[in-house]
Design a protein around this ligand. Structure first.
Ligand code: GN1
Ligand code: MG
Length: 372
């Protein structure tokens, strides 16, 4: 089906107010396909988001939507209690005419609609420490709001999503199978992974030893998954709730640093431009601890800087795995896209490793300040 046919079917399956005036394709995100639908309501412009869920990645989309409805109802309650605006501070599913929070198209594809967050912006990279501080505060607040959400009621939308020990094994399988035939082009990157087997096991082992608390976490805290208010630049609304599952605070912290505190874009072709911006690291950590510091245990705090390295390593390893598999998971725009992404991530890992002592010092100082 064409985009126009999809949208026509969305329009007939939902009860949108006003007159439909057109759509925009939103290209952020490597997994789902996203459109903004525009309506005219008595001269006022209103938008909704329509999204095609990638069911190759999310194999149980009905359960995924059940998670989303329950999580966003919980968030909406907290926002109301605090006197906030639930239309702007959380996503919520729009229900189709048949009463379901999704629509299955004639061709079997799985779609959902959600509210559009008005007067707000998102960014793929961040340069302003204040904005990044605000992102940290917003992600910390997101976790706090979900602290009393029953984690056991959540479906696991992607099993072993941040199980880095398993991710390492998956990488070895991809290497062995070499489906793409590209293995010989990437010897250096393969060695980079193999040298860090121990890192990939560290948090998994701490979980097994009962040393890290399992919380309800976002698990995909990429910096473009947050909307900032146009006026205040505060983190207004957290997007992309498809992987909200039981997890570690460290996954959310580490992935935000990975995606926001680097000096280059995730797919910068000159990987030597990718370094860690320590000022940004500090800003995010301070923002995050300002809202989450009191709830973090000392063991979590001790592993924050390590988690920035680990989540960056995990992401690079996933890009490399997909490159070896022949680009079947992440959306790519050109044949070497996953390799380019791998290289930026590994450059960032290497730079984080260089500064690990300094990062641990910064983190310990801030944790001391915000934990009591
Ligand atoms: C994917 O869809 P998006 O772009 O928010 C991926 C994340 C990766 C990220 C890397 C479900 O996120 O895990 O960290 O790409 N999401 C899924 O850019 O695999
Ligand atoms: Mg995502």
């Amino acid at each position: 089906m064409t985009n126009e046919q999809y949208i026509e079917e969305i329009l007939s399956s939902y009860d949108f107010e006003g007159t439909y005036t057109g759509y925009r394709h939103i290209t952020a995100g490597h997994i789902n396909t996203t459109f903004a639908l525009q309506f005219d309501i008595c001269g006022k412009n209103k938008q909704f988001i329509a999204q095609k869920i990638n069911t190759n990645v999310f194999k149980t989309p009905v359960e995924l939507m059940e998670n989303m409805v329950n999580v966003t109802n919980h968030l909406a309650k907290k926002i109301e209690e605090a006197g906030g605006n639930t239309e702007r501070e959380t996503l919520h599913a729009v229900f189709a005419k048949d009463g379901k929070p999704y629509h299955i198209m004639a061709d079997g594809s799985f779609w959902r609609c959600v509210n559009f967050i008005t007067d707000a912006y998102s960014c793929d990279t961040i340069e302003n420490p204040t904005v990044f501080y605000n992102a940290g505060a917003a992600f910390g607040d997101f976790m706090s709001k979900l602290a009393d959400f029953p984690g056991e009621s959540l479906h696991e939308t992607i099993p072993d999503f941040h199980n880095t020990k398993q991710r390492f094994q998956n990488f070895l399988i991809a290497l062995e199978n070499n489906k793409s035939g590209r293995k010989d082009n990437v010897k250096e990157e393969i060695d980079f992974v193999l040298q860090r087997k121990e890192d990939s096991e560290k948090l998994v082992n701490l979980i097994a030893e009962g040393k890290l608390p399992i919380r309800v976490t976002h698990n995909d805290t990429k910096i473009n998954n947050i909307m900032f208010d146009n006026q205040s630049n505060l983190g207004l609304c957290i997007l992309d709730l498809d992987t909200v599952m039981p997890g570690l605070s460290l996954y959310d912290f580490g992935d935000a640093i990975r995606s926001g505190a680097g000096t280059a874009a995730e797919d910068e072709k000159d990987a030597s431009k990718m370094k860690l911006n320590i000022e940004l690291y500090k800003a995010y950590t301070e923002g995050y601890l300002s809202t989450a510091g009191k709830s973090l245990t000392p063991t979590e705090a001790e592993n924050l800087a390590f988690s920035a390295k680990l989540l960056t390593f995990e992401c690079g390893m996933r890009f490399l795995t997909d490159y070896l598999d022949g680009d079947t998971y992440f959306h790519t725009d050109y044949p070497e896209h996953n390799l380019v992404r791998t290289r930026t991530q590994f450059a960032l890992v290497a730079d984080i490793e260089k500064h690990m002592d300094e990062l641990n010092e910064i983190t310990a100082e801030l944790y001391g300040r915000y934990s009591n």
